[in-house]
Design a protein around this ligand. Structure first.
Ligand code: UDP
Length: 459
């Protein structure tokens, strides 16, 4: 432990409750590992359904428990709608979480703090019921959450009747650069309510944590720090990809999908350095058939090697015979170990939907991006990738919102060989260094983690 580390009360135990999605589990699990490295005990809570199918690294230092989200046999897919899923999760999850906390107390592992995903704001009520600290852990950027906060407070009135918005600590944003739930008001009412309700009880939390680092969003973090006790604690990649201070921390360690690691790595091994475009739209995005086809043809037109993750549920959207026709150049898999792929020397570009984890992973590994955002916060993340952090190019959609194959091809070629691509690569390397410094000993995130731990758990 570094000399700034506080002395931790010997039985201090945190419960970590992410929303039931890979992009929420990964950063919260990694944060739990940081806490364990500082002397705390940590337990990750998943849903009963996920716990039955997830693949867990047997060496993970985190204990794992489950609660019911009300859909023990099928999870989200079993619910009638998003509304049904979220309402049932609250109704069933809340007493189920209380039962778990009670049980942990009875078996000698009492919980001292609940670190919860604010997509599940009711979890804070359970923490209060047990008289333990409540900590909100946001897995979307501070910028995006500041926008949602302004909507929650009624400071941004929807539907918007302006073409640009100016909010404290943020660059001026066109309406089309705001998260889709805000710009396309009414598009996903249940998810809109969920992101806005994150703030419904936030004034009662003990701490607010963000899965990014101070240097990335300095002004908006400074502004938000006036509202709550706030810390940026990222990046939350496994330590081996960053500061290497956590022993054997090579992987997130909980996979909701089975990665095809052997096939991917041996295929990448056979490719020249910086020659492959890695393509992934994360764990949830559902592309429409036309968009999938345009991406397929864009990859083919670019003449680059490509490794494309197409989840099983998306496979039928690929053009017929695409895989056979491009087998000389491309490999399509259902899931991969994204960090191993991004850190392979043959990968030169990441065509991404701009989920925050994917963006942070690319930045930490110095990989330039082609942004093809689909919905939710990805739209705003893509704006930051292109214009604020300057680590990628946004492939431009047509008037119907479809990114055509030509736009895909041009963006890939620019990143892989163009003048702008060289500048972007330089910026990517700059951010890679800043990200590592932030989480390394004495960096901004390391300090925030130590402050947080000292405040809540020191003897
Ligand atoms: N991921 C992975 N293998 C894949 C695709 C994605 O391990 O084939 C991981 C990726 O590294 C990231 C997470 O899944 O940590 C996706 O999170 P993100 O925020 O990028 O997108 P979301 O799935 O939430 O839309």
């Amino acid at each position: 432990m570094g000399e700034t580390d506080p002395k931790i009360a010997s039985n201090a135990h945190v419960l970590i409750l992410p929303y039931t999605a890979q992009g929420h589990i990964n950063p919260m699990l990694q944060f739990a590992k940081r806490l364990v490295s500082k002397g705390l005990k940590a337990t990750l809570v998943t849903s009963t359904f996920i716990s039955k199918s997830m693949l867990v690294d047997p060496n993970t230092p985190i204990d794992i428990q489950s609660i019911s989200d009300g859909f023990d046999e099928g999870g989200f897919a079993q619910a009638e709608s998003s509304e049904d899923y979220l309402a049932t999760f609250q109704k069933v999850g809340s007493p189920s979480l209380a039962t778990l906390m009670k049980k942990l107390g009875e078996i000698g592992r009492p919980v001292h703090a609940l670190i919860y995903d604010p997509f599940l704001p009711w979890a804070l009520d359970v923490a209060k019921q047990f008289g333990v600290a409540g900590v909100a852990f946001f897995t979307q950027s501070c910028a995006v959450n500041s926008i949602y906060y302004h909507v929650h407070k009624g400071l941004l009135q929807l539907p918007l009747s302006v073409s640009n918005v100016s909010l404290p600590g943020l660059p001026e944003l066109q309406v089309s650069e705001l998260p889709s739930y805000v710009s396309l008001y009414g598009s996903y009412p249940a998810f809109f309510d969920m992101v806005v309700n994150q703030f419904s009880n936030l004034d009662l939390v003990d701490w607010v944590l963000f899965d990014d680092f101070y240097e990335l969003e300095t002004e908006v973090v400074d502004w938000m720090s006036k509202l709550w006790k706030l810390g940026t604690i990222g990046p939350t990649l496994p330590s081996m990809y960053l500061d290497k201070r956590l022993e054997d921390d090579k992987d997130y360690g909980v996979n909701l999908f089975k990665p095809d690691t052997g096939t991917c790595m041996s295929w990448l091994d056979g490719k020249p350095k910086v020659s492959v475009v890695y393509v992934s739209f994360g764990s949830m995005a559902e592309l429409d058939v036309e968009q999938t086809r345009e991406i397929a043809w864009g990859l083919k037109r670019s003449r680059c090697y490509f490794l494309w993750v197409v989840r099983e549920s998306e496979e039928a959207k690929l053009p017929t015979k695409f895989m056979e026709e491009t087998s000389e150049k491309g490999l399509v898999v259902r899931w991969c170990s994204q960090l191993e792929v991004l850190s392979h020397e043959s990968v030169g570009c990441f065509l991404t939907h701009c989920g925050l984890n994917s963006v942070m992973e690319a930045m930490c590994l110095g990989i330039p991006m082609v942004a093809v955002p689909q919905w939710t916060d990805q739209i705003t993340n893509a704006k930051f990738v292109e214009d604020i952090w300057e680590v990628g190019i946004k492939a431009q959609p047509d008037e119907k919102g479809i990114v055509k194959s030509q736009a895909i091809e041009l963006s890939i070629k620019e990143i892989m060989g163009g003048e702008k691509g060289k500048e972007i690569k330089k910026n990517a390397n700059k951010w890679k260094n800043l990200a590592r410094e932030a989480i390394d000993e004495g960096g901004s995130s390391d300090k925030h983690i130590n402050q947080f731990v000292a405040d809540l758990f020191a003897k």
